[in-house]
Design a protein around this ligand. Sequence first.
Ligand code: UDP
Ligand code: MG
Length: 312
Amino acid sequence: MRTISIIIPCYNEAENIKLFYEAVREIKLDAIIEFWYIDDGSEDGTLYEIIKLSQEHPEVHYLSFSRNFGKEAALIAGLEYATGDYIAPMDVDLQDPPSLLPIMLDKLDKNSELDCILTKRNSREGEPAIRSFFSKLFYQIESKLSDVSMESGVRDYRLMTRRMVDAILELREYNRFSKGLWSWVGFKSETIGYDNIDRAAGKTSWNFRSLFRYALEGIINFSNVPLEIATLSGIVICLLSGIAMLYIIIRALIWGDSTSGWPSLATIILFMGGLQLFCLGIIGKYIGKIFLETKERPHYIVAKSSEDKVNK
Ligand code: UDP
Ligand code: MG
């Protein structure tokens, strides 16, 4: 009998731990299920709930991080520890409907060429309009700027074969943008849609600022286009100011020097300064990434886990 490993990143989700387990258990699946709850340094009773659940059910495993490392770190930890033939990352808030699991498994069974079934929200109903707007904008920019394809509305929730997960685990970079990496490894995939579902309990841990940073990560990690824009705008501005300089020199030679014109001069200086800082900022972002990569720090630190020999 094959095994499906479900990876569940949890950050302050005490109320959802048990709900999630029960919801998955209600589903009829032609496979053994292995649960991997990853406690991402929660400050509420999340870990307590997980440990309780794992004591009642041997198929529930867990890792608990020493602090909040972020969902991306929790996902990679889960991928590393999961032993299943199939692996599915799922949100613990039940926004990823477990009822899709049998459908996804069925699709993989029927078509041996497929290695991944993606899920996609048909609409962003129930989400603040401004968030939907910027999300869509991000995916549009991202798909133009980088060569990995990322579709708007596609979730982290997906069913992957062991083959694909092993390929993902080969990517050791520190700066992780899972959606991009999972798309980068390739493999044939199919998408199924579903209607948006509200959180079971608790509230989202994302705000506008964290989403903006997430989007920026996505672009910087998967595209060199911002660097090219910096270079190109530098060249264009240099050419323009070269022409302007010629014009000023010729004008001074013909009509003599005049002190009038300092406003335009000040404007040009300010504009150039701004542009230089902007380009430096972009370059700095990439250097920052290199800096973090060279340290080769671990993605996460496990403080406690169900696999510990002695459970303190
Ligand atoms: N999550 C996490 N670490 C974090 C933030 C979130 O492990 O730092 C988990 C969270 O517990 C949930 C999933 O990631 O299972 C998705 O988070 P959330 O529901 O807040 O995001 P949204 O559905 O609003 O995009
Ligand atoms: Mg959610």
